[in-house]
Ligand binder design. Structure first.
Ligand code: ZN
Length: 349
């Protein structure tokens, strides 16, 4: 979920060049409009924003159609509304029609917090999950919902499990150390859970570790304190690897992804789990457990559709040094602008 359509366009440009498999879309409302609507002083702001949001839905649909199937079918744009609390019945209906037309489903932030669930209930008499269901989203293609910290477990979890909706659990969301999320509850409720990056830590192995470690800590604390009797399951690295491979592939309705078998796409990584800091110099009998001591630097190989993107631990889809130099120039510009605006002064802290 890109922050703007411009960012989504950049994503497609690079994803195509580097051979990445991607399901892009821009957040609707995008971040140039989002915060005024999300943190609105009253609901009139939401209704006044309707026309602009409808225009964004149309622009995103056009983006989706323009890029659908690019990169030998690897680029599959999806509709990507921000969340239910920044939409109205009219924009939800337009999103449902656009998602139908694209045919690739949607990804959305779903019950990110208690406030979202309360706001949607107050306005429309339903939880965000019930509201999505009422527009037919769950029966018309894949749905990936991120965060879900404010879910009504009794009402929502059975609906999500029934339709095979994927909970995109992003353990580093909001930045590392920003609290734990209901991964153990979702496992206990029989939901399909995928682990996402939320672009806070872009080291996916770190995110898998965080999901397991945060999840185990949350499970133990909840068992001790039992705040609401909600059952939990203690996540393991086996759950996390499933959450990185088979579960999201199934959620996308793709039996040629997330598995290694004849006829599947050759999307694979290899990780060295026998070297220094991670292993012991020998091939371990339970190699997945060693991932709990690994990070992205231990990735030896990454390939999509059989095309190597990382080889012998080096990024080979482009010139690594050029990518870093160009990225550095851009962020230095952003930092200079922030410095000019006084964000790095003593008072700003
Ligand atoms: Zn997020």
């Amino acid at each position: 979920m890109s922050l703007t359509l411009r960012q989504a366009e950049s994503y497609v440009r690079l994803a195509e060049r580097w051979g990445v498999r991607g399901f892009p879309g821009s957040m609707i409302p995008n971040t140039e409009r989002l915060f005024g609507i999300w943190f609105r002083p009253n609901d009139q702001v939401l209704f006044d924003a309707e026309e602009g949001t409808l225009a964004e839905i149309e622009a995103n649909l056009a983006f989706g159609k323009a890029h659908m199937g690019k990169g030998d079918g690897r680029i599959q744009p999806m509709m990507s509304p921000h969340a239910c609390d920044t939409h109205t019945p009219a924009t939800m209906a337009a999103l449902a029609a656009a998602a139908d037309e694209l045919g690739t489903g949607l990804h959305i932030h779903l019950s990110q917090g208690r406030q979202e669930t309360d706001d949607v209930r107050r306005l429309w008499g339903k939880t965000p999950t019930e509201w999505l269901e009422s527009f037919g989203f769950f029966t018309n293609g894949p749905v990936f919902g991120a965060h879900m910290s404010g879910l009504d477990w009794k009402i929502d979890a059975p609906i999500l499990a029934k339709h095979g909706v994927v909970y995109s659990h992003c353990p580093s969301a909001g930045g590392a150390g920003n609290g734990t999320q209901p991964y153990p509850e979702a496992l206990a409720a029989g939901m399909n859970v995928n682990i996402g990056i939320d672009t806070h830590s872009n080291d996916y192995l770190e995110d898998l570790k965080l999901a397991v470690l945060y999840g185990q800590a949350r499970h133990s604390l909840r068992r001790q304190l039992d705040p609401d009797g909600q059952p939990t399951v203690r996540p393991t690295v086996w759950n996390a690897v499933d959450a990185a491979t088979r579960i999201p592939a199934k959620g996308l309705g793709r039996d040629d992804l997330g598995v290694i078998k004849p006829g599947a796409r050759a999307d694979m990584i290899s990780v060295d789990v026998s070297g220094m800091l991670v292993g012991s110099g020998a091939l371990p009998p339970e190699p997945l457990n060693n991932l709990l001591y690994a990070n992205g630097r231990m990735v030896r190989t990454a390939m999509t559709d059989g095309r190597l993107q990382v080889y012998d631990s080096h990024f080979v889809a482009d010139n690594e040094m050029d990518v870093l130099a160009n990225g550095g120039k851009v962020v230095e510009k952003v930092w200079a602008q922030l410095a000019d605006e006084g964000w790095f002064t003593e008072t700003a802290r």
